[in-house]
Design a protein around this ligand. Structure first.
Ligand SMILES: Cc1cc2nc3c(=O)[nH]c(=O)nc-3n(C[C@H](O)[C@H](O)[C@H](O)COP(=O)(O)OP(=O)(O)OC[C@H]3O[C@@H](n4cnc5c(N)ncnc54)[C@H](O)[C@@H]3O)c2cc1C
Length: 283
């Protein structure tokens, strides 16, 4: 086994479901058996080749059929730059509309992942073009200074958000750059979400943020879901499931390197990585 195969093997078992739709289904079903809903993402981003975009669309359409046929409890999460945004906004909008139509006929919830700052305007535009009939959500990133006003705007049209800290970086003028500032803003945006939304997802592994949200649940009667990435703090998800709705983000596909690199960077140091890779997580 060469280094690449070894890394794939290690990550495939922990952070990624595998490379095929069938493996994603099996992973989703394992989580479902613990009362945890899956949010399935086909790995890939920044695709500027039309054939590759078309292939990605085919995988998502197949995934929708599989979720329905397997009777899995699963949402789908799509990155705008994997369905055409790196070619043109028009291409991405057309593909997004196609997916929205398909998920609606199958009663599957569709999320739009949020990527780097230059893609935010187009991603929100895509989302708003379909928001009126429901069944779709959009990710919002606390590291961006603009996000508070984006969240307020999306609340006004009855949208659904998934609040994350953000896996990208941007300039100091547009973003919070220290972990402390991002966390402070996450806390502030969470408060805004409780005030302005009836339904949203808290997507973080930050225990302090989860605790704060559990406190806010006592004051506001909201439909809150807690979501974490496959392989990170999944024991906590199992605990949260006893009294809350919970989801796990399950990526699959061949393009696992950039996703795994982001997770490695976030883990910060070797001890955390080893802990997340080898700890028994209960799922
Ligand atoms: C369901 C879900 C969907 C997401 N969707 C998007 C998206 O569309 N766009 C986007 O930009 N980002 C997305 N993210 C990623 C997110 O933005 C963060 O990059 C990631 O969740 C880490 O931030 P944190 O909130 O866990 O806080 P952090 O402050 O980074 O971490 C809090 C604690 O969690 C633990 N932890 C965090 N990461 C790791 C790790 N890799 N290994 C081991 N322990 C770890 C550590 O103990 C850490 O101290 C998503 C995250 C989740 C959970």
């Amino acid at each position: 086994m060469n280094f690449n195969n070894l890394m794939e093997h290690v990550f495939a078992g922990r952070w990624i479901a595998g490379t095929t739709v069938e493996e994603a289904m099996k992973s989703a079903k394992r989580f479902n058996n613990k009362g945890i809903k899956a949010i399935i993402n086909y790995l890939g981003e920044d695709i500027s080749n039309q054939t590759a975009v078309d292939n990605t669309m085919d995988v998502y359409l197949r995934l929708i059929r599989f979720i329905k046929n397997y009777g899995a409890s699963a949402d789908i999460s799509v990155k705008p730059t994997q369905i055409g945004l790196s070619i043109s906004e028009q291409e991405a909008m057309a593909n997004y509309s196609k997916l929205v139509k398909e998920v609606r006929t199958s009663s599957i919830f569709l999320w739009l992942d949020m990527e780097g700052e230059p893609t935010v305007d187009s991603t929100i535009k895509m989302y708003l073009s379909e928001v009126q009939n429901g069944g779709i959500g959009i990710c919002m990133q606390a590291y961006l200074k603009r996000t508070e006003s984006d969240i307020q705007r999306i609340a006004k049209v009855g949208g659904i958000i998934r609040l994350v800290k953000g896996a990208y970086s941007s300039s100091k003028s547009k973003s919070f750059t220290s972990r402390e500032e991002v966390t402070r803003n996450y806390s502030k945006l969470m408060q805004v979400a409780y005030e302005q939304y009836t339904e949203f997802t808290i997507a973080t592994h930050d225990i302090e943020m989860v605790k704060k949200s559990l406190e806010l649940n006592k004051k506001y009667k909201r439909k809150v879901t807690y979501a974490m990435l496959k392989g990170i703090r999944n024991k906590l998800l199992v605990q949260l499931e006893k009294e809350n709705k919970v989801s796990v983000y399950v990526p699959f596909g061949e393009q696992w390197i950039s996703y795994s690199y982001r997770r490695l960077k976030e883990a910060g140091h070797l001890k955390l990585v080893l802990k997340s890779l080898f700890e028994r997580q209960g799922v």
